[in-house]
Design a protein around this ligand. Structure first.
Ligand code: ATP
Length: 268
């Protein structure tokens, strides 16, 4: 049996009681073990699960990041969670959902700690130059409109990343940064409460302030970056990120280039 397995177990009942009446407390699916919360959320989407369905798991046997990469978690110590959303939005606006989840996670953690987090475009949460969590956005579309979106969140909470094998790049966790354990149930509730508010704002077109907040939290703006996409590596300065989530860089040859957030990797 894993150590810590039964300390601070995830409890949908506790989370729901803390979130109260919300779109995200109506359909919470909890599994101790899943292959990937995004995969289960997608299966649920295809069988008609409603907007606001949340999938939570203690461990993933095939956690994934973007481009088929692995998401590593020791199990029972993290937040591994997927949101199923069915917003009436054009596909071009899907990125705003990744954006508001990143802000909701940062605000949720800030409600419990004094950590200073930033967003590494397009989808990662960082403290200094170490990754604290990642968001994996997947969606299905029809005629330019969103059918459903799955936002997967992997957040390192109550373990020490340096003790885990397989993490090739610098990683950190809330425990690593604060020296203390936090209640994952309370943290999930904080995140869901904020996400609910921002999601409503997105659906009613109030996105300007969220976009401004996201820009203020961005780790990359103004920085020199290397971006790999379509087998090419582009070097330049990150100038801005537009509302579709594309980054505009000034290349070293002086030209501006717009790079969509899809299959890209960014390094400083
Ligand atoms: P990067 O630029 O770091 O490759 P990415 O957005 O392309 O970012 P993701 O797809 O979000 O990466 O996540 C997968 C990558 O994150 C893996 O390749 C691995 O290096 C790293 N990783 C996997 N699990 C964790 C974890 N628990 N904490 C921090 N980093 C992780």
């Amino acid at each position: 049996m894993k150590s810590n397995k039964h300390r601070d177990p995830l409890s949908p009942e506790t989370i729901i009681s803390r979130v109260g009446d919300s779109l995200f407390s109506k359909n919470m699916v909890f599994r101790e073990t899943v292959n990937s919360t995004n995969v289960l959320a997608k299966e649920l989407a295809l069988t008609g699960a409603p907007d606001g369905t949340i999938v939570l798991a203690e461990e993933q046997t095939a956690g994934k990041g973007r481009m088929g990469r692995r998401w590593i978690s020791p199990g029972y110590k993290d937040i591994l969670c997927s949101f199923l959303l069915r917003p009436a939005l054009p596909v071009k606006q899907v990125f705003v959902l990744t954006m508001i989840l990143a802000i909701a996670v940062i605000d949720g953690i800030r409600a419990r700690t004094s950590l200073h987090m930033m967003i590494k475009w397009p989808n990662d949460l960082y403290i200094d130059r170490k990754k604290l969590g990642g968001i994996l956005t997947e969606f299905s579309q029809k005629d330019g409109l969103v059918e459903f979106v799955i936002l997967g969140l992997g957040l390192n909470v109550n373990w020490m990343p340096e003790q885990e094998e397989g993490l090739l790049n610098p990683a950190t966790s809330i425990l690593r940064e604060t020296g203390g354990m936090v209640s994952r149930n309370e943290l999930v509730a904080e995140i869901l409460t904020r996400f609910d508010e921002y999601y409503r704002d997105v659906l009613t077109g109030r996105i300007e302030y969220l976009y401004e907040r996201w820009k203020a939290l961005s780790l990359v703006l103004g920085q020199d970056v290397y971006i790999q996409f379509q087998g090419e590596e582009v070097e330049g300065t990150a100038l801005r990120i537009d509302q579709e989530g594309a980054m505009i860089i000034r290349r070293i040859d002086g030209r501006e280039q717009r790079i969509l957030s899809g299959d890209v990797s960014l390094r400083f």
